[in-house]
Every structure is written in C-alpha cells, then in structure tokens.
Ligand binder design. Structure first.
Ligand code: PEP
Ligand code: MG
Length: 537
C-alpha cells in the first residue's frame, strides 16, 4: 500500500482518481492607512460591496439549490449595515477601505467563534472579506478547476463560492484545513462527493498521481484503489420499521426540506438560535411566528421538537448583547438566559404557538442547559401557559441526569444532548481539539450515565430521546434503543443510515448489544463490543 494520510471522512462512498491541486487564491495586499478621508474610503468600500454582490448574484443564478441559498445568505451578510458602520469606524481611525472592512469582519467573526455550527458562518464572513478586499485591490480570487475528466481536487479549504464552482469533473475532495462542519464538508455530503477534510500533509500530494479517498477509513491512500476502501457496516434491508423512531436534527428551512426527503419521523431537535445569528435586533413575535410556520410546514411528518434559544458561551446571538465571561461554558447560557432575557424566551414560545395554530403541526418544546428540577418546573409552567405543547427539557448537565425521578409529573419528555453531557461529565471543553478522546461518545462513563437516564425516565413515566451527535452513528443508535430510549434524532444526512441499522435489529438483539457494551471498560472496547454484536446479526 502507498503512503496513507489521515483526516476526517465525509460520506460513506470511496473514490479513486488522479489529484488536481487547486492553486491558492492570489495574495491580498498588506493593510495600510489612507489619507483620502472617510468619505472617499467609504465610497471605495461601497463600490467593492456592490461589485461583490453582483458576482454573488451571477454565481447564485447558475448554482444548484443548496449553493444558491448559501449565496443568498452571503449577500445578506455582505449588505449588513452594522458591519459597514463598524468598517467606517475604522476609517475614522485613518485606515483604508480594505483594512477597515477586514478588521470589522474579524471583530464580527470573533463574536461568532466557538461552536462548530457557527464556524460555517465565520468561513462565510472571511470569504466575503477576501472578496471585498480583492475587489478593492483590483485582483481576481477565482478558482482554477478541471472541467473535463474525473479528479480529486486538493486544496487548503474551499469557501462557499469555491464549492459552487465545482464541476462534474470533481469526483473527490481533500482539504488540508476545515472540519466536519466546514462548508466543504456540508456541500460534499449534500452532493455525495467523497471527501476527507483536515488532512495534514495533503499539500505533498502530486498532481496527476492516483489516490484513494476513503472517507469511512478517515484516510487517503496514495496509489490506492477501490478494493482497499474501508467498508461501512452494512445492514440487510428487511423492509421492517426501525426499532425506535428516527427523527431529524434541523436548524433552518433548508434542513427541514432536506429532512422531509429522508425517512425521518418528525424533528427531534430544532436548534432555533441558528435563525438569529445575523439579526441585529430582537425579532417580533409575528416575525418569529412566520419563520417558524414556514419551517414547521416543510418539516418531515411527525412531532417537531423545538428547543428554545441556546445562546451564550459558544453560541453568541448579537442582539442579546451578552457580556464576556471568565468561563463561558459554565456561565449564563441556554435556559439561564431567562435571568436577563425572559421576554425573548416568552416571545419564542408565543411565536411557536402561532406557528402551531397556523400549520396544525404537533409541537414539543424543550429548554437547553437545565440544571435543577426547579428550572424544569419553571420552564414547564411557562411553556404550558403560552401554548399547547408537549413540554420537556434537555439533559445536558450531570446534575439533571441525576434528578430524573424528581421530574416525574413535571415534564412530558427529556432529550439527551450528549455533546454537552460529555463536555460536563468529563470536564472536557468540547471545542478543545486535544480532548477529543474524552469526548468520544463510546466512553463508558457517558454510556453508563445514559443507561441510568433511560431507565429512570421510564420509571418516572417520562418519554426519553437522544439528539446529540452520538445518535447519528448507526451503531450508537442501536445501543441507545437497547438502553431503552424511546427515539433518537440524527443529523439529516445520517437519518436513513440510522434507520437501516435500527430496522435490522429486534429488541432483544439491541438489549444484548447494550449488555455487552455496558460490560466493557474502555471507549475502544465498548465500540468493539457493539460492532461485534452487529456483525454477528
Ligand atoms: C448537545 O449538547 O448534545 C446538543 C444537541 O446541543 P448543542 O450541540 O446544540 O449544544
Ligand atoms: Mg447542547
């Protein structure tokens, strides 16, 4: 076998094809001060913004639906007045248009830094900044892509504007930077282009040499062919219904529409804060109601579980003006916003009730980052006073995980957010790439906590679900069903794979898998026990 480079795989299919290295974009000039004055520099910036907006409109007109929506969102960001005003502020300090805009975007991006879900927005913003600065400097930042044949393109990372230019000749993608939630990963997943992102050493690959892109193996094999590709776990198509319902996680209208094309039964997590990232003021109840109604109408059939805003820490929402905190993951985030932003949470629930009435959909509402039974009771009372919902809370803190019996008669359901529950159980910052091993959902400490949650919820007559990323792994979803959870909610691209796994097992097989996993004492052993149980089916 040739040299093997490792990274993070995107998708389940492999491809072998020659490398096409994409040249890095032209270098932008250094930032400098200007003596032309604020008025002249603002004119320069305005002209550049108009020209980039025209470019985006042109790209959007010929792009597919997903990319066209991305261009629309980019144009929205580009025309943001507060961003322009921030740039003018820097012109006041004597900076030229490019420097002023670049600095304003960096400041804006800093406010969004943290959560992987928001990293995408940061990439959008930085891409815009580059385009605007290039326009000011009169240089071109386009991509040189193959138009004929079949190639694996290799580059640093690809912006939304770059991925929109991918031709049919792009059959695989490798990036040196990026991550599992980068635009490159999202677009490749949505277009089923095999990709491996975050591949250190990919810049050493040679143009024209054949490589195997092996996403399931999280690797790239130089000189490899398809016979060496790692096979995903396969499940016989029994035509049976999954052992427990598989819902979808969504954060936008586009997600809702895409989820409706899968076998998802309703939505298990609607992350509402994603709608508010670009709002500079609190949207009215009416506006929220309309927005929710369009998303509810598009979502897959079944109950729709809506989470009230989960801002704070790694999820900043500009109009809430939240102060900086020493230790934000342990600070005022999630439901704790009720302290200073009660009216926003109430408005959300009112908007949701209006959307429920308008669409006739069944809505379950839940609050994030609940730590005490009193908070759960307060939220349940508030939600029930404002609408006809099933009411629940997320289980993301170790304290509420220990208090399930106390929630009897208070909530209808709980949904476990394993991303945060891992972070708080293991005292391991979920944004710290060095702590990935502790955040692995196959860690026995998390799994045994999940077992207790499922059994105590059942004993208390509370419906239980899991909506963290762990539920997007088909083998883990079988474990969750075996532990006794009533449903799982997966990232929309994983819904059908999770459904197949859950349709291939019966209750006693899932319970047998859970028993073997619970008897294992390391993250490696729990996963091997699950894979062994599934392979023996
Ligand atoms: C979680 O914490 O698992 C979760 C689903 O919420 P988020 O990832 O949005 O914090
Ligand atoms: Mg969470």
């Amino acid at each position: 076998m040739g040299a093997v480079l490792t990274g993070l795989g995107v998708g389940l299919n492999a491809v072998a094809a020659p490398v096409f290295k994409v040249a890095p974009a032209a270098k932008l000039p250094e930032w400098s001060k200007s003596s032309a004055g604020v008025e002249a520099e603002s004119e320069v910036l305005k002209k550049a913004i108009t020209s980039v907006a025209a470019d985006l409109a042109r790209l959007g007109a010929t792009a597919d639906e997903t990319s066209a929506e991305i261009f629309e969102a980019l144009t929205f960001l580009l025309e943001d007045e507060s961003l322009f005003d921030m740039a003018v502020g820097h012109m006041d300090e004597g900076w030229g248009a490019a420097a002023a805009y670049g600095t304003a975007v960096n400041e804006f991006a800093e406010m969004l830094a943290g959560d992987p879900a928001f990293e995408e927005r940061i990439a959008d913003l930085q891409d815009l900044s580059k385009r605007v600065q290039a326009s000011i400097a009169g240089i071109h930042v386009g991509l040189d892509l193959p138009s004929e044949g079949a190639f694996v393109i290799v580059g640093d990372d690809f912006s939304p504007a770059d991925t929109a230019q991918f031709t049919k000749a792009v059959v695989g993608v490798i990036t040196i930077k990026g991550g599992p939630t980068s635009h490159t990963a999202i677009i490749c997943r949505s277009r089923s282009i095999p990709a491996v992102v975050s591949v250190a050493g990919a810049d050493e690959l040679e143009n024209g040499s054949v490589i195997l892109v092996d996403p399931v193996g999280d690797r790239v094999v130089v000189g490899g062919d398809l016979s060496q590709a790692t096979k995903p776990l396969e499940f016989a198509n029994t035509g049976a219904e999954p052992l427990v319902p598989v819902r979808a996680n969504i954060g936008s209208l586009e997600d809702a529409e895409a989820a409706a094309k899968t076998g998802a039964v309703g939505v298990g997590l609607f992350r509402t804060e994603l709608l508010y990232l670009n709002e500079s003021s609190q949207p009215s109840v009416e506006r929220q109601g309309e927005l929710y109604a369009s998303i509810l109408a598009a979502a897959p059939e079944g109950p729709i579980t809506v989470r009230t805003i989960d801002a704070g820490s790694d999820k900043p929402v500009p109009f809430l003006n939240m102060p900086e905190e020493e230790n934000p993951a342990l600070g005022v985030r999630g439901y704790r916003l009720i302290q200073d932003h009660r009216s926003f949470i109430e408005d959300q629930l009112k908007g949701l009730e209006a959307a429920r009435v308008a669409t006739g959909r069944e809505i379950w509402v839940m609050a994030p980052m609940i730590a005490t039974a009193q908070e759960a009771a307060e939220f349940a009372g508030l939600a029930r006073s404002l609408g006809s919902f099933k009411v629940g809370v997320m289980v993301e803190t170790p304290s509420i995980a220990a208090l399930l019996p106390d929630l009897e008669g208070i909530v209808d359901f709980v949904s476990v957010g394993t991303n945060d529950l891992s972070q708080y159980l293991y005292a391991a910052d979920r944004m710290n790439p060095s702590l990935g091993a502790l955040l692995n959902p196959w860690q026995p400490g998390l799994i045994r906590t999940l077992e207790r949650i499922a059994s105590q919820a059942k004993a208390a007559g509370i419906y239980s679900s899991v909506c963290g990323e762990s539920a997007s792994d088909p083998a883990f979803a079988v474990l969750l069903a075996g532990l006794g959870f009533d449903s799982v909610s997966s990232s929309r691209s994983q819904v059908d794979a999770v459904r197949s796994a859950l349709a291939a097992v019966n209750e006693s097989q899932a319970q047998g898998l859970a028993k073997a996993v619970l008897a294992s004492k390391s993250a490696e052993d729990t996963k091997s026990a699950a894979v062994a149980a599934l392979s023996a089916l």
